[in-house]
Design a protein around this ligand. Structure first.
Ligand SMILES: [Zn+2]
Length: 511
């Protein structure tokens, strides 16, 4: 591949590359090469691997860089160093690189512009508007595509070439469900980058659209990142239209070659862990120990393949998300995202976490064998959806209406005030503990981590009715609103007690 350069050509190259200050600069880091004996010449582009007679594709490089780059062309080597730098700067901050970091490195804040779409299921076509800026001040580009349907699952999708500024990695850090939680792997990214600079992209990246958001990339992120780094303006993608996220996650997992050979777990949590932790999970399940959340968390802690995805947090977040994003969940429309509050929402996601899930989701990591007869994580998710739906039906659906000043809305508001929920969520747990005939107080920590019969659910539902039939929720006494607005659990508990709202009253043990 190396082309011999004659002495006369060398002279031409030296003169061509000499800067105004008389010095020759290294192509790689743009530092002057002080000793002219150390000036080497090499190819810039990888395209011209055979005979290239043009001197335009040849640049000066210092001796050290020329040795270090091995068989790479100059531009490749320079790119490699800059990518390594990007990876390292993340690692130095204790983080791992993701697709969004590549976008940010390339475009600063000018990425993740939303798209809006109009899916015509009768015509089997979709019109997509690609916005050109974050404030949507410019007119969007509008494109129409034919929509296909998967004959197996009925999922709808289309193929497109989309502007790179309209995509983001699928999944936000921490609490949101992460379809694509894995970081970019340097070697994989670099090899693809090298390949895609001179070859066409065969397979599309896989995405989904859902609402007025950017296009979410959940598979083929290395391809996407490599092309973006190489300066691509658009990406070849296959886009699913508003798919069921949990199902898609499972599909994505099973489809991955590396994980294909793994034992299939019916635990959705095991799927999730396999997806996030890839190699670590694979190694872990090859060990002889019984497989538990706790065992895995310890395994990750001492693993050579380091990861900054805190497993306890990931497990917790995943269970919570599985509940909130469950297809049957009815309370979600009343839950504000993040720590947002606002008149239209009854409760914030943070409040749910702090005051509801702490009582009704068993804190990870569990020492229970995954998928064994003692593992009730899947049931726990279903049970929580059931309980939240009971609450939604009895307190919110057809009652919560911030635009009206109805008595029912006022009651719902009072029920979900911060001070209230701090007191009645634990009270509700005590009632359920009692109605499930649990005796061992430790069982309260795992209240919904079990099979619960329909008869028991009917009982629970009845006692929820009783809880919200108390006069405190409709009493005109302004003092009530003052106390429950205080966010002080002790004050509310005292008030509830004074007014006779206690678990004993709910249970009918006292009048
Ligand atoms: Zn150099």
């Amino acid at each position: 591949m190396k082309r011999q350069i004659s002495d006369s050509e060398k002279q031409i190259l030296l003169e061509k590359n000499r800067k105004k200050d008389g010095k020759i600069y290294c192509f790689i880091d743009n530092e002057p090469i002080e000793d002219e004996k150390n000036i080497h010449f090499d190819h810039i582009d990888p395209f011209a691997k055979s005979e290239d007679t043009s001197l335009d594709n040849i640049a000066p490089v210092c001796k050290n860089h020329n040795l270090a780059k091995k068989d790479m062309s100059l531009s490749e080597y320079r790119d490699k160093l800059s990518i390594e730098k990007l990876f390292k700067s993340k690692e130095d901050n204790g983080k791992q690189l993701k697709l969004n970091d590549i976008l940010e490195a390339k475009f600063q804040n000018d990425y993740g512009f939303i798209v809006k779409y109009d899916y015509n299921s009768a015509k089997k076509s979709i019109t997509v508007k690609y916005y050109l800026d974050s404030k949507q001040t410019k007119l969007p580009d509008v494109k129409e595509y034919p929509v296909f349907e998967c004959p197996i699952t009925g999922l709808n999708f289309f193929y497109a070439q989309v502007p790179v500024n309209n995509i983001v990695n699928d999944g936000k850090e921490e609490s949101e469900i992460e379809l694509q939680p894995r970081p970019l792997i340097f070697d994989h990214f670099w090899n693809l980058y090298r390949h895609l600079r001179v070859n066409t992209q065969l397979q599309p990246s896989i995405c989904r659209i859902d609402g007025d958001n950017p296009i979410f990339v959940f598979d083929g992120q290395h391809k996407a990142a490599a092309r973006i780094w190489a300066g691509a303006k658009s990406l070849d993608v296959k886009i699913f239209i508003e798919p069921d996220v949990i199902k898609l996650m499972k599909t994505n997992l099973v489809a991955h070659d590396k994980l294909k050979q793994l034992r299939f777990y019916s635990s959705i949590l095991a799927d999730k862990l396999a997806q996030i932790y890839g190699v670590n999970w694979q190694k872990y399940i090859e060990t002889a120990d019984k497989k538990t959340e706790k065992g895995f968390c310890n395994f990750v802690k001492y693993s050579e393949t380091s990861t900054d995805e805190n497993p306890v947090k990931q497990i917790e977040a995943f269970i919570v998300e599985s509940i909130l994003k469950h297809k049957d969940n009815k309370i979600l429309p009343y839950v504000a995202p993040g720590n947002k509050t606002g008149k239209q929402y009854a409760i914030s996601r943070d409040s749910l976490k702090k005051y509801y899930f702490r009582y009704f989701v068993t804190k990870p990591p569990l020492d229970v064998e995954i998928d064994s007869k003692d593992d009730f994580r899947n049931q726990e998710v279903e049970n929580n959806v059931k309980l939240l739906n009971i609450l939604a039906e009895k307190t919110l659906i057809n009652k919560w209406n911030p635009d009206s000043n109805s008595a029912e809305h006022k009651k719902a508001e009072r029920i979900y005030r911060a001070g209230s929920i701090m007191a009645w969520f634990p009270m509700l747990r005590n009632v359920i503990f009692n109605k499930l005939d649990l005796i061992n107080p430790n069982e309260a920590e795992r209240i919904l981590f079990r099979n619960i019969s329909n008869e028991k659910w009917e009982l629970i539902s009845k006692f929820v009715d009783k809880l919200f039939s108390h006069k405190i929720w409709i009493d005109n006494d302004p003092n009530i609103d003052i106390v429950i607005g205080n966010k002080k659990a002790e004050l509310t508990k005292k008030l509830f007690e004074e007014q006779g709202l206690t678990d004993k009253w709910i249970l009918g043990l006292i009048e």
